[in-house]
Ligand binder design. Structure first.
Ligand code: NCD
Ligand code: ZN
Length: 347
């Protein structure tokens, strides 16, 4: 493979369809990393307090734009946080301010999800309005029942929540975010055009052994958690299949390193500084570099009904070491693969 690998790889500029940038000084530390690679990114609304209204989304978008370095073109695409109490007419207000989606966090599923949905039926009025407006529902697809094994929560979500939801809203566009299992990949493959899925670089590159290599490795801990190798292989198959249902969403989820290296460490991998390089590594390992552009640059905008980007990026076959740590507001952050060598580098 190494002998036949191309020296450079040029792609239409990609977009990130699932990203966390936080707020304030932390946000200012991470937005430039994403803006250097991607033209647009879907910004997750799980701040404290969460971004639940169109008005808050407008203000948050302004703050993100202010964190983009001068001369760099980067467009944040806003998502509102769905709660039990989201009024139905918030959908029209969201659409009017340019938001592209609402995010469903089952209450308690992940970081800052305590304001999330406790019972999907409470959201049916707003889901109806979203379906009418053509807004996407981005779904954190895990059940939260503490009786359910943490490795089975995504699978249980398909049967318990997603299938009934799709029966009730057959024309609601749903993105099954950061899928991690062969069951999710299969469900999305077999679903109609209303359903898509994002896949993160860490779920393409690692299985759950990575969390326990010679000791607990908190920087490999994210939600949904890494799964067995058979699941990783199914995700690689889906991402490299050329199916337009699967597209790039890093789920880059920055947390200060002292909060990850902690007795109760936060979930989330920070991949923004080397995201497209990590995807290139995963696609190359699968012998499918020719499928990267569709996954990274075409299928996301096509699904969301947005124009594809027209400028290009080039990755070079060039070793570089990912910084071990980077500033993160007043703290520091450790990117995934920090201190390690990558073989693709964004020019
Ligand atoms: C995300 C975060 O930190 O905001 N963490 C993660 O592990 N992915 C939340 C999420 O997307 O689940
Ligand atoms: Zn996320």
């Amino acid at each position: 493979m190494t002998d036949t690998a191309p020296a450079t790889l040029t792609l239409t500029r990609p977009d990130d369809w699932h990203l966390h940038v936080r707020d304030g000084a932390a946000m200012a530390s991470v937005v430039p990393a994403t803006a250097a690679q991607f033209a647009r990114a879907i910004i997750m609304p799980n701040l404290r307090p969460p971004i639940t209204t169109a008005e808050q989304a407008v203000a948050y978008r302004d703050r993100i734009r202010a964190a983009v370095p001068a001369g760099v073109a980067f467009e944040p695409l806003m998502v509102l946080y769905l709660t039990d109490n989201t009024p139905a007419d918030e959908a029209a207000r969201a659409k009017a301010m340019g938001a592209v989606a609402f995010k469903l966090y089952p209450a308690g599923a992940t970081t800052n999800s305590d304001a999330g949905v406790t019972d999907l039926r409470k959201t049916y009025k707003v889901l109806e309005a979203m379906q009418r407006e053509g807004l996407v529902l981005c779904v954190h697809g895990e059940v939260t029942d503490s009786e359910v094994d943490v490795f089975d929560r995504e699978n249980a979500f398909i049967d318990d929540k997603l299938i009934p939801l799709r029966r009730d809203f057959p024309e609601l566009k749903i993105v099954f975010e950061h899928i991690t299992t062969k069951e999710a990949a299969q469900y999305v493959t077999e679903a109609d055009r209303f359903v898509g899925a994002t896949i993160t670089p860490q779920h393409l590159l690692y299985n759950r052994n990575a969390i326990f290599m010679g000791g607990v490795r908190p920087h490999y801990y994210c939600l949904p958690i890494l799964k067995r190798e058979e699941h990783r292989l199914a995700l690689v198959q889906a991402a490299t299949s050329g199916s337009p249902k699967f597209f790039l969403g890093t789920d880059s989820a920055p947390h200060a390193s002292h909060l990850k290296e902690h007795s109760s460490g936060c979930a989330g991998c920070y991949t923004a500084p080397c995201a497209i390089e990590l995807y290139a590594e995963a696609f190359e390992a699968a012998g499918a570099l020719d499928k990267l552009e569709g996954f990274a640059s075409f299928f996301g905008p096509d699904y969301y009904g947005l124009p594809r980007n027209t400028d290009r990026i080039t990755l070079a076959r060039e070793d570089w070491v990912v910084p071990e740590s980077l500033p993160f507001g007043e703290a520091v952050i450790r990117p995934l693969r920090g201190g390690e060598t990558l073989r693709w580098r964004l020019r």
